[in-house]
Design a protein around this ligand. Structure first.
Ligand SMILES: NC(=O)c1ccc[n+]([C@@H]2O[C@H](COP(=O)([O-])OP(=O)(O)OC[C@H]3O[C@@H](n4cnc5c(N)ncnc54)[C@H](O)[C@@H]3O)[C@@H](O)[C@H]2O)c1
Ligand SMILES: [Zn+2]
Length: 711
């Protein structure tokens, strides 16, 4: 739909646009409030509403009674009995920037301002007569709501009888019913596991869970409530909104502990900032902050518009959910051959960055999410989390959408895709030696910081070495070739630049795949990166043995297991010659892992990697190691101790602290048990810290660790 700037319209054009907007917004409200679904994102909705407000401001004579700027919510669903509220339930006006907030504060005058979180749930009105809950209703159109008393009674935190005494003959308590973030994730996981469509967001799930004909369904959903206002109380014995909250809390009603009464606009802006940063650390979703004039008398003077109080305002945060088109679903193949479907979407900006792709994990997830190629889909990107497709907007289908079919062949090498073991949902390309995608990913992995840490071997270099334009010139046919690379091999390589997220070529400005001379300057002389790569490879030959072992990409052998194995056995040869039982003796090495090692070394081309690396001069043992089991008694300040590090540390990366533990005779374990000697806890330590505390295992700070390290 064409959007025109309001100032450019004459009266007739404005009238036409106003009528369109009223119709469209009301259509979206019906879907949202009556159908628990959204045809457009909240941001798009707010955008339309803003446009309407601007036009109505300019041409007040165009305001009609059914304009969404004048009314609240939607109609009442016939499945529920109607309940007339004693006092009308209102909406809130919105602001989207500090400037808009300042303008509001200017209009209403001085504080104190009560600031609280805008919970993304649905509003409910609880009516108490002499302390007894007699009805609970949704907001509806603000005048009449839906009777959900039986459903609300299943929510544990809502008292049927208020605590204390002296309750008013009649009072309405308003609040928000919502899903906690973790409960919401669990609910959706469960739905996906049952093959059902997950809810697009916690608000929809709260609304859908509360508005059930059968209260037993509601009872099975862990809904919560926080109260944030009152209606119909003739002579409330309090003077401020904040006093009211204290009183409601005394009565046993669930109130928030996050509200703050602040005097200046600047402090309010700080509060808004603070919670925008903490947004994803809260137990429930918020879409903004609500600021209210604290003094009830002043609230009374300011009064209401036809849809919202003048004494309160919602500051809305940037949206994290947008709608876009699902253009295609493709499959990428990873380091272990796993084939992962991912979505290609119409590029769209959300939470500050442009999203073009989103993972879909596996074919079961695609099915459970119910998305078809060509659908309008809801994309969510919360903070730094990778973008996720929540689901389709089914109502917008036109019949041209097509289901995704998981391919039976690898998109990169045409070998069959099959599960590695029975019952595994993941399909894998079985051609691990020659599949170009797997080789590229393995090479990129072994160059990464946590493995051989070869600075000049990043993702693009890995692409160039394994998949140059001229396949025949690829210097790496397998990682066996890695340490034999020569400058002569590197110089001629021309390669497309691939995107690490998708493995697809990046495009240049003209839309063609971007091709680069990777290792050569324009004049034909070696580029810096070529010389650096060879130097880095030389250095990598003597890296700690555990890094070499991890570089082999043996399934399940990550840094922690590799450290245990190499410090126990002291050489690759001894590890590969050990029986499954011997391997399983090593701390942290289970049967799956032992088996995986045996299977790996049984493969010819795997043994060839080890042989060629040895011949190229790679150090395949721990210097001075006295043989299997010796690592345990190697001495050092941590000899005989099992140590777990958790949380974020200041002076060490995770690898560095493990290195420090191991090279001083200790064992670096990844999980806390009774055998753990002590836990080093950095900032934001979570479940491991809790486990240590519950087991009575000693917990020390990073500083204390350093003291012990230095003897
Ligand atoms: N996507 C769509 O198609 C669509 C359609 C209709 C509405 N919407 C969304 O809903 C919004 C309008 O809905 P609305 O009228 O319910 O307004 P709102 O959700 O923006 O704000 C009003 C509501 O906020 C709630 N609230 C949460 N925390 C609160 C607190 N601490 N104090 C007071 N109230 C609190 C109350 O329930 C109140 O009714 C739109 O801005 C849009 O984001 C979207
Ligand atoms: Zn393949």
């Amino acid at each position: 739909m064409a959007k025109a700037s309001s100032s450019s319209l004459n009266h007739d054009a404005a009238a036409k646009r106003v009528a369109e907007l009223v119709d469209e917004l009301n259509r979206h409200r019906r879907a949202y409030y009556e159908g628990n679904t959204a045809l457009i994102s909240d941001a798009e909705y707010d955008e339309l509403q803003k446009e309407l407000e601007a036009l109505e401001n300019q041409f007040p004579e165009l305001i009609t009674g059914d304009s969404p700027t004048q009314t609240v919510g939607g109609a009442v669903n016939q499945a529920f009995a109607p309940v007339e509220h004693l006092d009308r339930m209102m909406s809130l006006d919105n602001v989207f920037s500090f400037d808009e907030f300042r303008a509001w504060a200017e209009r209403v005058g001085d504080g104190p301002y009560l600031c609280e979180l805008k919970i993304d749930g649905l509003a409910v009105n609880l009516r108490y007569l002499n302390g007894e809950l007699v009805s609970a209703a949704t907001r509806g159109d603000g005048v009449v709501g839906e009777d959900v008393t039986a459903n609300v009674l299943t929510i544990k935190s809502i008292p049927k009888k208020l605590k204390g005494s002296g309750h008013p003959a009649q009072v309405e308590v308003r609040g928000e019913i919502f899903f906690g973030v973790e409960d919401f994730a669990k609910l959706n996981e469960g739905l996906v596991a049952e093959g059902k469509a997950p809810f697009a967001n916690p608000r929809n799930s709260a609304s859908g869970s509360l508005r059930q004909k059968d209260p037993r369904v509601t009872a099975s959903r862990p809904l919560q409530m926080l109260v944030h206002g009152i209606g119909a109380w003739a002579d409330a014995p309090v003077r401020n909104q904040s006093d009211l909250y204290h009183l409601l809390a005394k009565w046993g009603l669930p109130t928030t502990d996050k509200f703050r009464v602040l005097n200046s606009v600047d402090e309010v802006l700080q509060y808004i900032d603070e919670f925008e940063k903490k947004r994803h650390k809260l137990e429930h979703e918020i879409d903004g902050v609500v600021v209210k004039i604290d003094a009830l008398e002043k609230q009374g003077q300011l009064g209401f518009t036809s849809r919202a109080p003048r004494w309160a305002i919602a500051y809305k945060y940037a949206p994290e959910q947008v709608n876009t088109k699902l253009l295609d679903i493709r499959v990428s193949v990873g380091r272990t051959g796993r084939a992962t479907p991912y979505a290609v979407v119409q590029p769209v900006k959300v939470a500050g960055s442009v999203v073009e792709f989103a993972t879909l994990h596996n074919q079961d997830v695609v099915k459970a999410k119910g998305v078809l190629i060509g659908d309008t889909v809801v994309i969510r990107k919360a903070g730094d989390v990778i973008p996720e497709i929540l689901g389709p907007v089914v109502e917008l289908r036109d019949g041209t959408e097509k289901p995704f079919v998981m391919p039976s062949l690898c998109p990169d090498c045409d070998s069959p895709l099959a599960p590695s073991s029975e019952g595994d949902v993941d399909l894998r390309c079985q051609n691990s030696k020659a599949c170009p995608a797997q080789l590229r990913e393995r090479v990129a992995y072994l160059g990464s910081r946590g493995v051989l840490d070869i600075e000049a071997l990043g993702y693009v270099a890995a692409c160039a070495l394994t998949q140059p334009l001229d396949d025949a010139a690829a210097p790496l046919k397998s990682e066996a070739d890695l340490f034999d690379l020569t400058l002569e091999q590197l110089l001629p390589i021309r390669a497309a630049v691939l995107d690490p997220d998708t493995g697809l070529p990046k495009l240049d400005d003209s839309g063609q795949p971007k091709i680069v001379d990777f290792f050569r300057k324009k004049d034909g002389s070696p580029a810096e990166v070529a010389l650096k790569l060879l130097k880095n490879l030389e250095e990598a030959k003597t890296k700690p043995l555990w890094r070499i072992l991890v570089a082999l990409s043996i399934r399940h052998v990550g840094p922690v297991a590799a450290r245990s194995l190499t410090s126990y056995f002291g050489s690759l040869e001894k590890i590969f010659n050990a029986s499954e039982e011997e391997l399983s003796k090593v701390d942290g090495v289970g049967q799956t892992l032992a088996q995986s090692i045996k299977e790996w070394i049984a493969v010819d081309w795997h043994r060839e990697i080890v042989d060629r690396w040895r011949k190229a001069g790679v150090l395949l043992e721990v210097p001075g190691h006295a043989g299997p089991g010796a690592g345990d008694s190697a001495g050092g300040v941590f000899a005989g101790l099992t140590i777990v590090a958790t949380g974020s540390l200041k002076a060490f990366t995770r690898e560095e602290i493990e290195e420090a533990i191991i090279s001083n005779g200790g064992k670096a374990a990844s999980s806390v048990s009774k055998k753990t000697s002590f836990v080093v806890a950095g900032e934001n330590a979570g479940s491991k810290l809790a486990k240590a505390e519950s087991l009575g295992v000693e917990v020390i700070s990073e500083e204390e660790f350093q003291r012990r390290l230095n003897g």
